[in-house]
Design a protein around this ligand. Structure first.
Ligand SMILES: [Zn+2]
Length: 246
């Protein structure tokens, strides 16, 4: 049986490169802060027009995780382009949660119109898997894996325009001023997806981070939604996170 370190945070994407673009700066920051971080891709993202095959894409994904400093990356064998929220997909992801026992799961929180419909399915699968992870009396589906209760679920939005998610109130911005370049470096690992003809993508990712950061008084930022209201232990430190530095 492989070794499954307990992780503080798992970020779930439909395809390799989703989590890098959505929250790579935050994942790199979490690693620097000493947290145990992992990435789960529901599919290998193949086929795509510019890639010679899954082996190359998987190598890119491992290089991207290394660029962020993320030690654990799992690629599940669900089908790209025809990912659907099925019972089997939910259980497959929930098994990973039971093994890695994350405190926090981050994943899709929105549709991505005119981009892959897999993203919306990934949100449904992730929501369900967070719940399935803690359900008792279901050993026939989980092979005796102990249940695990995930304490917090966060959403990201995979888009370049200003990042707010309709229908959710609990937005917050993580300061990624010190890890924005790492985020961009991780996305550059996907050479088959972002060849020189798509260099504008990097400017858009940078632009989105600068805009999100500026709105929260950071050099760069990534926006998240907490699926439950967030508490504050210290109103001043929550309202003015940069107070110590100014
Ligand atoms: Zn994607």
């Amino acid at each position: 049986m492989p070794d499954y370190p307990q992780l503080d945070v798992i970020a779930v994407g439909a395809h390799p490169d989703d989590v890098e673009i959505a929250c790579g700066g935050t994942l790199a920051k979490l690693v620097k802060q000493g947290y145990q971080v992992g990435i789960i891709d529901l599919t290998d993202g193949e086929p795509t027009p510019g890639s010679p095959g899954p082996e190359v894409r998987l190598a890119e994904a491992q290089a991207a995780a290394a660029a962020l400093g993320v030690p654990v990356r799992v690629t599940l064998e669900l089908p790209n382009r025809r990912l659907f929220d099925t019972f089997e997909a939910r259980v497959l992801l929930a098994k990973e949660f039971r093994q890695y026992r994350p405190k926090i799961v981050i994943g899709f929180g929105d549709k991505t119109p005119m981009a892959s419909p897999d993203h919306w399915q990934a949100m449904q699968i992730t929501d369900a898997a967070v719940f399935y992870s803690r359900l008792t009396k279901w050993d026939e589906h989980f092979g005796g894996l102990p249940v695990h209760a995930i304490q917090s679920q966060l959403y990201f939005r995979l888009a370049f325009e200003p990042q707010t998610l309709g229908g959710f109130l609990n937005h917050f911005t993580v300061d990624i001023g010190e890890t924005l370049e790492q985020k961009l470096a991780s996305v550059r690992c996907y050479a088959t997806q972002f060849p020189p003809g798509k260099a504008h993508v990097f400017e858009r990712i940078r632009g989105a981070a600068l805009l999100a950061g500026a709105a929260a008084n950071f050099a760069a930022g990534e926006v998240f939604i907490s699926t439950r209201p967030l508490g504050a232990l210290d109103l001043v430190k929550t309202a003015l996170p940069r107070l110590q530095a100014t």
